[in-house]
Design a protein around this ligand. Structure first.
Ligand code: C2E
Ligand code: MG
Ligand code: MG
Length: 569
């Protein structure tokens, strides 16, 4: 603005002294774009730069502003000539010379008035700000977009959602938000390299856009989100299934083919309201439920989910201190010979009693401990404490300790077992490590190797909860395990349920062929114990033989037993 009026003032002082030709020359040589227009709307002088930018290098002098200038500039000049204003505010004019990004010219301009003998004249001053503008746009694009895929960023998506809800219509239509996580992206990325990983991410965005989704965003890593207006709950699920179908088709990545999975959490403004952060966090909550569930890999947010997750968070916080406060303790449940009912060993089980929450089931807190990594500390503690205790019991009694897959992933379980054995003095052959099938999901080779090294120490390996997971009978033979624990869900259905009977019998036959010992879990009645014994099962565990007990209770039970044995003997 200051420059514009300075030029205007200069014009006024020059007016008296110099000839029109001199003035025209001054204008022509000006580094800025400059166009002088007389009161009738005819251009009387223009800088070379003005001719270059506005007229392809041809002179502008003598042309009427109607033909020669873009409409915005023309209006500004007309306003000034009409005396409506002495000068205009700085404004932007965009001139397109073609369709491409490079064919766009952005000019910043202002118009000032000067009074001369012949009347009022207008002086248009402008500068080419195309480059600066492009840089600004690039910056704001980067702030609102993912540079790799060109999809919206989280910020960009939130801004777009906000904008949508600014209008009555936008709020009326509502919005479904889908948080999408690519499953098994990491192995593809690791195996094929980052260049192919990037290629896959770009193709994912392409496929998401092809569904017609109104907004497509990449939230980071292999997390994406899509938002679409006007879908009710059922339609949002259909849309979600369409997205899953598309994303799970094979990808061609250069010479490679890859297949990935897609899990989706859905939220809706009808339930979660109009705040984009809330919509996204609710979609995320639903996503974490979808990941856990065995369903089709999608879940819709519901308010109960929020409450459930909040309770889980509270549990997580409470867990942080559980160990220091001594709230975690150890119980032992007897394992008995099905032949004569004598106790041959125990399984160590963890207990947590929180001062306010009361006793929390391991089924609830172990998964939380696994997710937070707390299981490492807990697992180490129970292994040490149980070995120390059982080392003082009669030598024929064995100890079984549960070890979580996460422990295998995070720490050197073999080293920890060795240390616990050394410190407690418990001989290796008296210890069994109980694992679940989940352990073979992540790094099967490393796990198999660790199990083999445990066996080399003399420690036994028991496969827990058999029948609840993948239970592929074919691989049991190849795994380094010594015992199979039939899950209590089958035992519970005995003796009435025929199908359960068939399964148990099949497991018995297979185990015999593979030379594995079978332990039946959850035996609650004498009938069940008898039936399992008839099927050839040798070892049982369950309330029928004894509930989990404290170490002191267990010692008392063992003492009583040996006293009766002595009397009987
Ligand atoms: P699990 O290893 O299969 O342990 C057996 C579970 O069945 C125990 O539940 C036990 O109390 C219960 N049970 C035993 N006999 C019967 C019966 O006759 N009827 C019924 N209804 N239940 C019976 P608990 O102690 O609640 O533990 C649940 C699960 O939590 C365990 O299943 C195990 O997977 C996990 N867990 C417990 N302690 C630990 C631990 O120290 N480390 C790890 N990683 N997991 C543990
Ligand atoms: Mg167990
Ligand atoms: Mg079990």
């Amino acid at each position: 603005m200051r420059l514009a009026s300075a030029i205007g003032a200069g014009w006024r002082t020059l007016r008296g002294r110099a000839s029109a030709a001199t003035l025209a020359r001054v204008v022509s040589d000006n580094f800025a774009g400059m166009v002088v227009v007389e009161s009738g709307g005819v251009i009387v002088a223009a800088s070379r730069i003005a001719s270059d930018l506005l007229n392809g290098g041809r002179p502008l002098d003598g042309h009427g502003i109607r033909q020669a200038l873009p409409p915005d500039m023309r209006h500004a000049i007309e306003q000034v000539l009409a005396g409506a204003v002495a000068s205009t505010e700085l404004a932007l004019a965009v001139i397109r010379r073609g369709e491409g990004e490079d064919d766009r010219l952005v000019l910043q301009y202002a118009v000032t008035a000067s009074e001369v003998d012949s009347g009022r004249i207008a002086c248009l001053n402008f500068w080419d700000v195309t480059e600066r503008r492009r840089a600004e746009e690039r910056l704001s694009f980067l702030a609102s977009h993912d540079p790799l895929t060109g999809a919206l960023s989280r910020t960009g998506l939130c801004a777009a959602i906000n904008q949508r809800f600014e209008t009555e219509r936008g709020r009326g239509e509502g919005l479904a938000v889908l948080a999408i996580d690519l499953a098994r992206f990491k192995p593809v990325n690791d195996a094929l390299g980052h260049a192919h990983g990037d290629m896959l991410l770009k193709q994912v965005v392409g496929r998401l856009r092809a569904t017609g989704a109104a907004y497509v965003a990449r939230l980071g890593g292999h997390g994406f989100a899509v938002a679409h207006p006007g879908l009710d709950g059922g339609e949002a699920i259909q849309f979600c299934e369409l997205i899953q179908d598309r994303l799970t088709l094979p990808y061609q990545l250069g010479p490679h083919r890859a297949i990935i999975g897609a899990e989706v959490g859905i939220s809706h403004s009808g339930v979660s309201g109009f705040d984009p952060d809330r919509l996204l966090s609710h979609a995320d909550m639903a996503l974490s439920i979808a990941r856990e569930g065995a369903g089709r890999g999608h879940a819709s947010f519901s308010p109960e989910m929020d409450a459930g997750l909040r309770a889980r968070q509270e549990l997580e916080t409470a867990m942080q201190q559980a160990m220091e406060r001594g709230e975690i303790s150890l119980m032992f449940q007897p394992q008995a010979s099905l032949d004569d009912g004598t106790v041959i060993g125990v399984e160590a089980l963890m207990r947590w009693v929180h001062p306010e929450l009361g006793s929390v089931s391991p089924e609830r807190f172990i998964p939380v401990a696994e997710e937070t990594g707390k299981i490492v500390e807990l697992g180490r503690w129970i292994l040490e404490a149980a070995c120390r205790e059982v080392a003082g019991w009669p030598g024929h009694l064995k100890l079984s300790v549960n070890v979580s897959p996460i422990q295998f992933e995070l720490v050197d379980v073999v080293g920890e077992v060795k240390e616990a054995l050394t410190r407690s003095g418990l001989p290796a052959h008296r210890l069994d490590v109980e694992i679940t099938e989940g352990i073979f999901m992540s790094n099967a080779r490393a796990v198999t190797d660790a199990l083999q090294r445990l066996r080399n120490l003399g420690v036994g390996i028991a496969l827990d909860d058999f029948g609840t997971g993948y239970s592929s009978l074919s691989y049991i033979g190849r795994l380094p395990i010594d015992k199979i624990k039939i899950d209590q869900s089958f035992v519970k259905r005995l003796p009435g349920d025929q199908q359960a009977g068939v399964i148990v019998r099949a497991v018995m036959m297979l185990s015999e062929a593979l030379d594995k010992i079978v332990i039946a879990e959850g035996i609650e009645t004498a009938d069940q114990a008898w039936m399992l014994k008839m099927m050839g099962c040798k070892v049982g565990q369950g309330y029928h033989f004894g509930r989990p007990k404290t170490a002191a209770e267990m010692r008392a039970m063992l003492a009583e037993k040996s006293a009766t044995d002595r009397i009987a003997g």
